[in-house]
Design a protein around this ligand. Structure first.
Ligand SMILES: [Zn+2]
Ligand SMILES: [Zn+2]
Length: 458
């Protein structure tokens, strides 16, 4: 049998890619799951982690934060294994509740409109049940798990979105730190991550690698980007147009609404109405409820300050929104088809006085990417069953706000912690390759793919 200080680490998802993050840590017969996401670019069963690698119910699930690539398949897991207890910070639990109910609604629509047989993969009752199985834990407060309570777990503030955590697991003879999604710099609302105590000896570091392929020239200081955004917005509004800012519902929407509010208060942009879409507003309520988890100097404006976008599928709604200068913050961030941002863009691109500014990552296989790279005269389809629209709008740009640590900061984390094993996850292949090559030596390094099992020595 293996050494008592060794642990096993298996990848069910989120290895070799940014996908359905889900990792299994095995120790002395005990099985712990880290995250339980869905793949942001896949559909149906394909979007789930490789749950076939679970030979029995995991003993516990630790959820790092509320983005669906980290928690989206939790109700599905609970359907198979109803006894599993999950652990998350209180804000993450509240956010998950909203995100997962929204997932059910989206899956139901997709089942109807796109004929995806297996949708929904779980229903509202499953979400309700799995939320009752969440134990809320607070940052920096260790709690115990395991048959003999021999594992000590601590959630550390990771600076990514409200409630997001890095997870420290002190298994007898083997300490693991899972960064989750982590950010070192202050954003408009979130403060950077809290480093763990230097005295803690970490044997294995499981580190996200999202920005591994972004060199120093593509790291954009957050505050400067906000000023650039202000300049773009100002020009459009002065010309009588409207501004669309496609934004992820969790994190970027709340950040961007408050950036826009600050720019207005500082008179850098005109005081036009600002609108936000449904899920972003629902998450905003959680931000409001848990303001103590934001940066100490963060100023979260009241949600009532921002109007409702309403149902963009209802006739006339988008035309009304665009009838006078305004700023629209709408999901989805990468402008997936049939989402509020796509439906608004569909109308905007017919004119040349508006502006569409992406404020985060835009994947190559998305409508947002095609729109960013479209030339006037090209035609794009924004929603199922709607005809393709000719693009007349030229003012379509991308800004680079990030809630992920730069690769320099990731390297610093490794240098500071000096682990014996580094497991690189949550990155595109080129990002993972750069990380493995350039983040130091003197430790064993691993870039496991889905289905891979590692035995890690302490
Ligand atoms: Zn995330
Ligand atoms: Zn993620």
């Amino acid at each position: 049998m293996s050494n008592r200080r060794n642990i096993t680490f298996s990848v069910l998802g989120g290895g070799g890619e940014v996908g359905a993050s889900c990792f299994k840590v095995g120790f002395n017969g005990y099985q712990l799951l880290l995250d339980c996401g869905t793949h942001p670019k896949k559909e149906g069963y394909e979007a789930l982690p490789e749950f076939s690698l679970l030979n029995r119910a995991p003993d516990a699930l630790l959820v790092s934060h509320g983005h669906v690539d980290h928690c989206g398949s939790m109700p599905y897991l609970l359907r198979q294994f109803p006894g599993v207890t999950s652990y998350a910070t209180l804000p993450t639990a509240r956010i998950m509740d909203r995100m997962l109910h929204n997932s059910v609604t989206v899956m139901e629509i997709m089942a109807k409109e796109r004929g995806i047989q297996e949708y929904p993969l779980f229903d509202h009752e499953d979400v309700g049940y799995s939320m009752r199985r969440v134990e809320c834990v607070d940052f920096e407060l260790p709690f115990r798990l395991g048959a003999d309570q021999e594992i000590e777990v601590t959630f550390h503030h990771s600076g990514h979105v409200l409630g997001s955590a890095s997870v420290l697991m002190r298994i007898p003879g083997h300490t693991i730190l899972y960064t989750g999604d982590i950010c070192e710099t202050d954003q408009e609302l979130m403060g950077g991550y809290t480093p763990i105590d230097e005295k803690i000896e970490v044997d294995t570091l499981v580190i996200e690698s999202t920005q591994g392929a972004a060199d120093e020239t593509s790291v954009y200081p957050y505050f400067q980007e906000s000023l650039r955004l202000g300049e773009y917005i100002r020009r459009v509004l002065k010309g009588g147009g409207c501004v669309l800012l496609p934004s992820f519902a969790l994190g970027r929407t709340q950040e961007v609404l408050n950036i826009v509010a600050r720019l207005q208060e500082e008179r850098l942009i005109p005081e036009v109405p600002v609108y936000a879409s449904g899920l972003g507003r629902a998450i905003y309520e959680v931000y409001n409820r848990f303001q103590e988890y934001l940066a100490p100097d963060a100023e979260l404006r009241p949600l009532e300050q921002f109007g409702r976008i309403g149902n963009v599928f209802d006739p006339g709604v988008v035309e009304r929104l665009l009838s006078e200068p305004s700023i629209l913050v709408a999901t989805s961030g990468m402008m997936m088809e049939n989402t509020p941002s796509a439906l608004i863009a569909q109308e905007m691109v017919k004119y040349n006085h508006h502006g569409i500014f992406f404020v985060g990552y835009v994947d190559q296989d998305t409508l947002g990417y095609r729109l960013l790279n479209a030339n006037p005269g090209d035609r794009l389809q924004f929603a199922l069953g709607h005809p393709a629209v000719e693009i007349k709008l030229e003012n379509i740009r991308r800004l680079h706000f990030s809630a992920h640590a730069s690769r320099k900061a990731l390297r610093k984390i490794i240098e500071r912690i000096k682990p014996k094993n580094v497991v690189y996850v949550h990155g595109d292949p080129d990002a993972l390759a750069w990380m493995r090559e350039n983040t130091g030596n003197g430790f064993r390094s691993y870039v496991p793919g889905i289905g891979q099992h590692l035995t890690l020595e302490a």
